[in-house]
Design a protein around this ligand. Sequence first.
Ligand code: KG4
Length: 333
Amino acid sequence: MSCNILAIETSCDDTCASIISDGVILSNIISSQKIHAQYGGVVPELSAREHLSSLPCVVQRSLEEAHVDFANLSAVAFTYGPGLHGSLLVGATYAKSLSFALNIPLIAVNHLCGHVFAGCITRGLKFPFLCLLVSGGNTMIVKVSSFSEIDILCQTVDDALGEAYDKIAKIMGLEYPGGKIIDSLAKKGDEFMFKFPTVKISDDKMSFSGLKTAFRLFIEKNSQTNAAFIENNINNICASIQHHLLNTVVKKLVFWIKETGITTLTIGGGVASNMGLREMLSDIAADMRLEFIVPKQEYCVDNAAMIAFCAYEKYKHGFFVDYDHATDPKLKI
Ligand code: KG4
C-alpha cells in the first residue's frame, strides 16, 4: 500500500496543503491571503482567522488533485514553527484533530527545514550542500551534512532580506509584498545608477536594517529637490537597490563556499524566486564549478510541498509526535 501523507502549512499568510505519495508530490495547493495588502504587512489576528476559514477547503482540494481520500492517508504533518502563533495553532490543531479522528501518526516539521530541503524535492537528497535561505522572516546560509545535521554559518542580525525588500518597497509607495515588484522593475533599470552604503560586519553575520534607513534618507533627500524623483527613476532605483541587496548576500555566500569547499548549492524561501538572484548564482555556480539546485518557484514561496517532503523523511524513520507537541513561533533551525 502507498504511503500518503497530508502536509499542512499555516505559518504566516498562505494557507497550504500538499499530498506526498511514496516521496512524490501529487498536489501543492497555496491559498494566499489578500486581506493584508491594505495594511502594508501581515496582520497576525486576521491571518489566523483566514486560515481557519480556508484550511478545510484547501485540504479538500489537495486531496482531490492527488486523487487520495482521507481514508487512504498514512500520516498527517504540520508546520510547528517558526511563524505567527495564532496561524501555527490553526494548522497544528487541524492536523492533530485529523490524526486523532483517522488514528494515523502525526508529524511535526520545522518551516525552515522545509525551505532548506525545497530544492531536494525534485532532485533527491545528496549531502553535503550549502543553502541560502532568504525569506520574509529569515535570512541565513546553512551547511547541510545530513537530514538532521544543519549548521548555521551566517545569518542576519536584524531584518530578513524579504523584509528589507518589503520595507524598501513601502518607502517607494509600492504595494505589499514589494519584493516581487522591485524584482520586475529592476529588470528595466540601470543597477549602477545609485550607490548605497555597505555595512561592515563579520563573515557570520548580515544586517539590513541600516540600509533601510539609508534608503529612506536617500529618497527623502532626492524628493526635496525633485518631487517626482521616485516616479521618474523607479526602474533605476529598483535596479540599484536590488543590486546592492543581492550583492551583500552573495558576497557572504561566496566566502562560505570557499571556506567550506562544498560544491553543491541550493536556495530556498520567498526571495529565492528573485530572478536577479537566480541569475547571479547561476553565473557564480558556472564560474566556481558548483552544482546549483534551483527549486521550482512554487516550492520557494511558503508551501506545503516542502513540509510534505520533510514529513516523508521523518515518516520513514518513525519520527512521530504526540498530541501535546507544542507550536513554537520562535523555532530555530
Ligand atoms: O518565504 P516566503 O513566502 O514567506 C515568509 O517568509 O513568510 O517569503 C515572502 C517574502 C516576502 O518578503 C516577499 O517580498 C519576498 O519573499 N519575495 C521576493 C520575491 N518574491 C517574493 N523578494 C524579492 N524578489 C522576488 N521575486
